[in-house]
Ligand binder design. Structure first.
Ligand code: PMP
Length: 454
């Protein structure tokens, strides 16, 4: 393979590569950074600049980049059986073993999995499963799904329709049987109300929406335990118990989209355990293979699985790569590392509280309005005025500036709205968390200076 220079790679990329969530015109004018290698929690660009990865890739490399066991497992599987499908009564060893391994790590009552390649496809699959479930129960009118504004469930037409990202909805015609209620974003939308009172109010919108649409027409409610892409929206304590009450009282299914929260991010294996609710379906992807291979899926709870598995008739849904042997081999290796090293438990006891505590030290900074987070995920809201929560600039410009400053300081973080978001790998050390917080502090200082806030 020819070794192109950075300039040649950038040129090829600008000219020919259409990137996800990118302004194509702007990118073809400016180009971007080419990443070439990674080690532990650090990524390196083609000029060997080092960055501490405060986002675990795209919320997926929870164990960092140096995991030879996963690579070895994929390598071995590729040599033995690089591909075979799971249609027509066929399976393969890693897919069967991965199904069983997932049952072990997911909450009680989850004994079945449907594999996909991504979180988006898993959420499309949720719709198919839920519709099939109610059809089999002879309730064919139950087709409507309720999601949340500013929720993110993926980018396929169906997954993006489940999500509540308005700027995405504006760019295509979505499916018409999804409805949205407000998000539990107290800092942005709660005003002066009591946090828990606000949590109850927004949760009760679900009840009102079910009544408006008719319980006989509503199939499911889908939500992330913590909205990730929406800006790490930590729900008030009152929120999930109220959602659980409403779902229990009504005949609708609860889907917990754990694509970000799953596999330890919130301090437990799954976000629904952190917030103590019992979903009927769980969406997973990303960290299930530590991001090393594409794999997603739906964990199907017994209530739904029992109906699906005791009725005749084919479920007309599936993907060429559902249960791909190499992806499942990566998943098996990832889960075994997590179990052998007690990653979730150790993280919850040591590095997660340390991260949260160190980030809270930024609360006194003149442009920080709120630091929120749990486990290994957090957001820092930037404000001009702490009391009024006035924004620093329009169009999230201050957060974008701050993110660019962080990147210039060797720290990969994300800007969402007016917040800085971080979700570092669970294998980070205390020294590395100190480094992350120091670099973030410098970026905040530079932003305060830029906007002349003292
Ligand atoms: N659900 C959630 C909660 C997500 O955060 C994401 C991706 N960020 C998805 C679904 C979509 O996953 P994918 O990009 O693998 O399709």
């Amino acid at each position: 393979m020819s070794k192109n220079t950075t300039a040649q790679l950038q040129q090829a990329d600008r000219n020919h590569h259409l990137h996800p969530f990118t302004d194509f015109k702007q990118y073809s004018a400016t180009g971007g950074r080419i990443f070439s290698r990674a080690e532990h929690i650090y990524i390196y660009d083609s000029e060997d600049n080092q960055f501490l990865d405060g986002m675990s890739g795209l919320w997926c490399c929870n164990l960092g980049y140096s995991q030879p066991k996963i690579i070895e497992a994929v390598n071995q599987q590729m040599q033995q059986l690089p591909y075979y499908n799971n249609f027509f009564n066929c399976s393969n060893q890693p897919a069967a073993e991965m199904a069983k391994a997932l049952v072990e790590v997911t909450p009680d009552g989850f004994n079945n999995v449907f594999f996909t390649n991504s979180g988006s496809e898993a959420n499309d699959t949720n719709i198919r499963l839920v519709h099939r479930y109610y059809d089999l129960l002879e309730k064919p009118n139950k087709k409507l799904i309720i999601g949340r504004k500013n929720g993110y469930h993926g980018s396929t037409i169906a997954a993006a329709s489940l999500g509540g990202m308005e700027f995405m909805h504006k760019q295509y015609r979505g499916i018409d049987y999804v409805h949205h209620i407000d998000q539990p974003h107290w800092f942005a939308e709660g005003g002066d109300s009591d946090k828990n009172e606000f949590g109850l109010q927004v949760a009760r919108q679900l009840e009102a929406k079910i009544d408006e649409l008719g319980e006989e027409n509503v199939a499911a409610f889908i939500a992330e335990p913590i909205q990730g892409a929406g800006g790490v929206i930590i729900p008030p304590d009152s929120y999930w118990p109220e959602i659980q009450r409403i779902c229990n009282e009504r005949d609708i299914l609860l889907i917990s989209d754990e694509v970000i929260c799953g596999f330890g991010r919130t301090g437990n294996w799954f976000g629904c355990e952190t917030y103590n609710y019992q979903p009927d379906l769980i969406t997973f992807a990303k960290a299930v293979t530590n991001g090393f291979q594409p794999l997603g899926g739906v964990m199907v709870g017994d209530k739904v699985a029992n109906v699906l598995k005791t009725n005749d008739g084919e479920f007309g849904h599936g993907l060429t790569y559902s249960g791909h042997p190499a992806s499942c081999a990566a998943g098996l290796a990832t889960l075994s590392i997590m179990q052998e090293q007690n990653i979730v438990e150790n993280t919850a006891q040591t590095i997660a509280p340390y991260l949260q505590q160190q980030l809270r030290s930024l609360s006194d900074h003149p442009i920080v309005g709120e630091v929120r987070g749990t486990g290994m995920v957090a957001a820092i809201e930037l404000v001009k005025n702490k009391n009024s929560r006035e924004k620093i600039a329009d169009d999230s410009a201050a957060a974008v500036f701050c993110r660019d400053q962080a990147i210039n300081n060797g720290l990969m973080v994300r800007a969402v709205g007016d917040a800085m978001v971080t979700a570092p790998p669970m294998v980070s050390s205390k020294d590395e968390i100190d480094q992350l917080v120091q670099r973030l502090h410098r970026a905040l200082d530079a932003t305060a200076k830029e906007y002349n806030i003292k």
